[in-house]
Design a protein around this ligand. Structure first.
Ligand code: URA
Length: 435
């Protein structure tokens, strides 16, 4: 019999835990046989003592097997997913999934909701009238068989240990721990039934992992654990200093993703989209070279196939696909007010974190898990670093449903956007490729 206190003591004293000990911990989180104080104590011991690569892989495997692992053997195409560690204005999943699916790769994507400063793919999708994200596993599989793409929410059957452990980490200062993050992210992704995985690991002010060295450490750990579990995986490290694209806010980001699918996406958003899509096509061997992968993805947009796939996806999940041709069908804010430039000059900074907090003030995100989001609010037509503006020119359009929130968000955005005399330094968006 493995007593929790003995396992906690072994980690406290710096020992590597065995498969059985890790299994007991994860099982204890899933079935309630460990008390919250024992789970929390071990989480803190892991935070302080760390885990070896072998322990991290065993932990990830136990987390994944704490629930259902989707069997997608009936889906005959290669299956690839992308996971982002989260950023501001990061709407890439919405258009990348249909682009890659239009290239013949199935994209089983299980996403999360926004919490804190980063948005969530599910909240963006739910701004489409009627769109259902809570599909059963059988519906998810059927959609993948029929159209090759499905974008759904986390179900109770999938990695249930993570739900318990993440909630405890959130309130015990143990979130920022690479082995625990690895287990949490990969258990959910590998339970989707994928063949390969591409990770967008962000660093910078607007990222979950702000420090680049720590972000690289996380990317390396994620890639090595996923590979150890038999899944070809690659991470693209990308900068998150200014928001991605020009729109921030749920429905506004859907509009920008539709623009991307119509071939008019912002350059930065498309740069990251192509970098991730290329790796999905390379890892599934759909393309032999990066140039071929790029060309396939570009063709999916220029031929209209990716846009058609997006329509199919919306319809299959109960949404109103007419939004693709008429974005006025998406929720609209009552107040639309521009923020204008106080002087002429160059945009030297747009602080992603400050923009995210301003969007949160408008109601675009959640401060607590139980908060409701306002799908209509946020910012559109945001300026980018390096652009020239004249005095009085619009820096962004603010979409709000409340006068006081509008005034507060406007003041916050004014601080976030800096105008100087010379173009600022533009941080390269795509950094290293890991794996
Ligand atoms: N995202 C997750 O899903 N889990 C973590 O631990 C951190 C980020």
């Amino acid at each position: 019999m493995l007593f929790p206190q003995h396992i906690i003591a072994r980690k406290r004293d710096g020992h590597a835990l065995s498969r059985g000990e890790i299994g007991s911990f994860v099982h204890g989180a899933t079935n309630g046989s460990w008390a919250d104080y024992q789970l929390s104590a071990l989480l803190m011991a892991i935070y302080i003592r760390g885990m070896t690569p072998t322990e991290t892989a065993l932990y990830t495997e136990a987390m994944m097997n704490s629930g259902v692992v989707a069997d997608l053997s009936s889906v005959k195409r290669p299956k690839a997913d992308k996971h982002s560690t989260g950023g501001v204005g990061d709407k890439i999943s919405l258009h990348l999934a249909p682009m890659v699916a239009a290239c013949g790769v199935a994209v089983p994507m299980i996403s999360g909701r926004g919490l804190g400063h980063t948005g969530g793919t599910l909240d963006k999708l739910e701004s489409i009238p009627g769109f259902r994200v809570n599909l059963s596993m059988a519906e998810y599989r059927a959609e993948l068989e029929q159209i090759g793409v499905s974008l759904i929410g986390q179900t109770a059957e999938l990695a249930p240990s993570d739900k318990k452990l993440y909630a405890l980490r959130d309130v015990t200062a143990t979130v920022e721990c690479i082995p625990l993050i690895c287990g949490s992210i990969l258990a959910k992704k590998l339970a989707e039934g994928i063949d390969v995985l591409v990770l967008d690991v962000k660093f910078g002010r607007g990222a979950f992992m702000k420090d680049k060295t720590k972000a690289r450490e996380l990317a390396e750990a994620l890639v090595s654990v996923a590979k150890a579990m038999g899944k070809p995986t690659r991470a693209v490290m990308t900068a998150m200093e200014q928001p991605l694209g020009r729109n921030v806010g749920n429905a506004l980001e859907v509009i920008e993703s539709i623009e991307c699918l119509k071939g008019h996406g912002p350059a930065d958003t498309m740069e990251v989209t192509y970098a991730l899509g290329e790796q999905m096509l390379l890892l599934t061997k759909t393309a032999a070279t990066q140039a071929e992968a790029r060309s396939l993805l570009e063709q999916s947009v220029s031929s209209g196939a990716a846009l058609t796939k997006f329509r199919e996806l919306i319809s299959a999940q109960g949404g109103d696909a007419r939004v693709v041709d008429d974005v006025a069908l998406l929720p609209q804010a009552r107040l639309k007010v521009p923020l204008t430039a106080a002087r002429a000059g160059f945009i030297t900074d747009v602080d992603a974190m400050a923009v995210a907090l301003a969007a949160l003030r408008l109601g675009a995100g959640r401060a607590k898990a139980e908060d409701r989001v306002d799908h209509a609010v946020g910012f559109s037509a945001l300026v980018k670093v390096g652009e020239r503006v004249e005095a009085g020119a619009p820096l962004a359009l603010i979409h709000a449903n409340d006068e006081q929130a509008l005034a507060d968000a406007k003041a916050m955005l004014e601080e976030a956007v800096v105008i100087g005399d010379a173009p600022g330094v533009i941080v390269p968006l795509i950094d290293e490729l890991i794996g």
